[in-house]
Every structure is written in C-alpha cells, then in structure tokens.
Unconditional design. Sequence first.
Length: 145
Amino acid sequence: MQKLEVQQVVEAPVQAVWDRYTDHVSWTEWAGLGKVRLAREGAPSRNGVGCVRAISNGPLTVYEEVVSFEPPRRMTYRLVRGPVPMKDHFGEVLFEPNGRGTLVTWRCQFNSAIPGLGGLFRVLIARMFRNTLVRLARLHMKPQA
C-alpha cells in the first residue's frame, strides 16, 4: 500500500477554502487538471456524499466518488473508474484553522496495479496534489469577483 500526504496553507478562512475546494466543477477553472464535471450529484448537497466527479484531460477520464462530506472540515473520496494503473485508491482532504488562514492536508493511499511502480506513482500523485493546492492558495490571494 502506497501512502502520501501533502499540505498547503491557504490564506483564507476555512469555510471559504472548503467552499472553493468542494465546488468540483469549478476545478476546471483553477486546478490545472483538465475539465471537471459532475457525473452524478450527491445528496443532500450536489457536491457531497454520492457525488461522482469526472476529471477529463484529453481522451482520459477519471471518476471519483465522494464517500464522506463533513463541512467545513473533512471530505473523503475513492477512485471508482478510470484508465489509471492503481487500485484501492482512497483520498482524504482536511481543512483546519491555521494562524495564516487554513491548513489543507490532502492524503491518499493506493495499491499499484503494476508491480514495482508504486513508488513512482506516489511521487507523481504527490506532485499533482501539491500543484493543485498551490493553485488553490494562489486563487485565494486574488480578489474574488
């Protein structure tokens, strides 16, 4: 089992960071991961439990289902479908007050579907998470329209 954790301080209140991060469709505009849409809405919140976000980059689409949704502190999700060489992918994102705003902690664990490549996948995913959180932090440094 591969495990990783990435943290980023976002200079904004917890609720504002939570609202932006869990507005999955808005990821298309700021996250740098490609086009994001809801393949299925959650309940009672459209972005909450049961929601399936589809993240498309070119011809590839990954589907992640929100498993828990605890505003404004914690969200978990699992990879449900996609052309990725991983299995048992489970992620958790935490939002905690910090002296400068909000500390966002993004964790995940997974097994590699290709023996021997788990460490490489862990490095690549950590880089992707880090880049996404840096973009989130930059977004909150700009005035909101």
